[in-house]
Design a protein. Sequence first.
Length: 143
Amino acid sequence: MKFYIATDHAGIELKDYTVDLLKQKGHEVIDLGPFTKDRVDYPDYAHKLSLSVLEDTEAQGILICGSGIGMSMAANRHEGIRAALCHDAYTATVARGHNDANVLCFGERIVGKGVAESIIDAWIAGSFDGGRHCGRVEKIEIN
């Protein structure tokens, strides 16, 4: 699986851990930054990642900030992005299965490395269930 990943200054350590974890699991990772703990604005990175995922429709995105809230809000401003803020494996499973989410968001100040790994494993193992969920996902996109 191919992943784009980005963060803000509050998620650098968990981003670096996540990049290494994904590569160890055999996935392709495009790190969109930032690469230092210097203060940056999370919407800039959420928008950059969202545009990358929209252009590369086979890829998934991962956004990390302090809480994951700001990143998910900014990413969801893009038509075609379904960013899901996940705090555990169950929410990641449901986001993929029921909501066809294409961007995973979590917060470094909320989840630790072990929980992040379980979230990522559930995300990777999941897929869209289709069926009754298709119409609901279509209703997410309002033009």
